[in-house]
Design a protein around this ligand. Structure first.
Ligand code: HEM
Length: 416
């Protein structure tokens, strides 16, 4: 079976269920027989929203952050570059359909499994975005891609306090699926994983719930598991000049194929919530540098008030303490460098060693050059951030995300 998002027409998941029900034998066969229903309007459906898949920049970066994340990394097992490129072609076609809320279709035969795994039937696109990236290991000797490795895709250094699990780190390829519905995001990763059979194996999957940033000025600032507003001073889609400067790769660098692309860094950061919950409000606010209730910088009244790092209190000490997270992460402390943050909360049950919650923030950021941005900022945070006492970085990944595929093109075109 080669269910590759092929050519049998646009069958929306929502319209298909409405017309055919869930009991039909063979989703694909039934979907074909109900193609007329595909034109049914989805405008009143809360799951109906779509994010365009084909664009200059991949979706899922500056498009509004959704509520759910399924992040997967893969090891490529295919023999050569043509197998890798075939997989990326198949994935791109399938992702475009999934983001449009369409069923996956493909060649089939009597008794074949359905090309679409089916769990998202009845759900619309739910603002699904599927973003792909290439890890440093893809550029080793296996696919003849070593000369194409961008200098900016340099392996991340070890940071003070890191406790990285190699089985949950790295990967040749990544897929970041985000949606307003967790099942829709999982369905995307499930089907891409299935399509990879024989060419790539899934290395790890991280689920995330509740965005921990805003990437649009229209979004309200969410709260992270520490209870603080997160994402106030993030870059947003409206900051077009800053995005050109800090997020999108331009003409610089050694690899023109990365133009309009960006680099993704992910960090699975466990938060020692039990210790955090026992700390006082004063300690928490001094750790972050903002008020818990309002998100205002210490010494100010409102969330969006400018951060004054120079202000001194009556005791002569800085109002925003020396180790406060927002001071140590601030552009002014880091040669003006900034990041686009797009992380999510996670909760993966209980740490069997301690009985504590294994929960925290799956930090994702996008940038033009990780060496100048994430690495420089994290080096400082790992040494000076007061928050580090409550954090443990347990996994890490770095991926080059090329520009968006041209209509009908493939994520792999820059590598062909
Ligand atoms: C569990 C880990 C983390 C938590 C809970 C956390 C939380 C926060 C909070 C509450 C803020 C203030 C609101 C805002 O402007 O967004 C903030 C700001 C920020 N954080 Fe984090 N953060 C974490 C990890 C990181 C990491 C790993 C980095 C980068 C290496 C980072 C970079 C930043 C930056 C750049 C800002 C904005 C600073 C400014 O522009 O003034 N954070 N973070």
């Amino acid at each position: 079976v080669t269910p590759d998002g092929g050519s049998s027409g646009a069958i929306s998941r929502r319209a298909f269920v409405g017309a055919a029900g869930l009991t039909s034998a063979g989703l694909l066969a039934a979907a074909r027989s109900t193609s007329a229903a595909a034109a049914v309007s989805q405008s009143t459906d809360p799951h109906a929203g779509t994010v365009p898949f084909y664009a200059t920049h991949q979706a899922g970066i500056i498009t509004p952050a959704q509520d759910s994340l399924v992040f997967a990394a893969y090891d490529v097992t295919g023999a050569d570059r043509s197998a890798l490129l075939a997989l990326l072609r198949t994935w791109t076609r399938a992702a475009a359909r999934l983001c449009a809320g369409e069923l996956l279709t493909g060649d089939t035969y009597p008794g074949a499994p359905d090309p679409d795994t089916g769990e998202a039937l009845g759900l619309g696109p739910s603002h699904l975005t599927v973003t792909a990236g290439f890890g440093p290991s893809l550029f080793d000797g296996r696919f003849g891609l070593a000369p194409r490795r961008p200098a900016a895709l340099a392996d991340l250094p070890a940071f003070a306090g890191d406790a990285l699990d190699p089985t949950r780190s790295g990967g040749d390829l990544c897929i970041q699926a985000c949606a307003d519905d967790a099942l829709v995001a999982f369905h995307a990763v499930h089907n891409l994983t299935r399509l990879a059979l024989g060419t790539a194996t899934v290395r790890y999957v991280q689920l995330g719930f509740g965005r921990t940033s805003s990437t649009s000025a229209q979004q309200t600032t969410p709260r992270n598991l520490m209870g603080f507003k997160d994402g106030t001073d993030n870059l947003t889609a409206q900051d077009s000049k800053l995005l050109e400067r800090f997020v999108w790769v331009g003409d610089e660098g050694d690899q023109s194929w990365m133009r309009a692309g960006t680099y993704l860094v992910d960090r699975r950061i466990r938060i020692h919530l039990e210790a955090w919950d026992r700390s006082t409000l004063l300690e928490q606010e001094q750790t972050v540098g903002r008020a818990k209730a309002t998100g205002a910088p210490l010494g100010s009244a409102a969330e969006r008030d400018p951060v004054n790092l120079k202000a001194l209190g009556a005791d002569g000490l800085p109002v925003i303490p020396a180790g406060a997270h927002i001071r140590v992460a601030a552009p002014v402390t880091n040669r003006g460098e900034r990041l686009l943050r797009r992380g999510f909360n996670f909760a993966d049950g209980v740490d069997p060693a301690t009985g504590e919650l294994d929960a925290g923030l799956f930090f994702i950021c996008f940038q033009r050059d990780p060496r100048l941005q994430f690495v420089a900022i994290q080096t400082r945070l790992a040494e000076q951030d007061a928050m580090r006492r409550y954090l443990l970085h347990t996994a890490s990944g770095l991926f080059a995300c090329p520009g968006g595929p041209a209509p009908g093109g493939s994520w792999g075109d820059p590598l062909s």
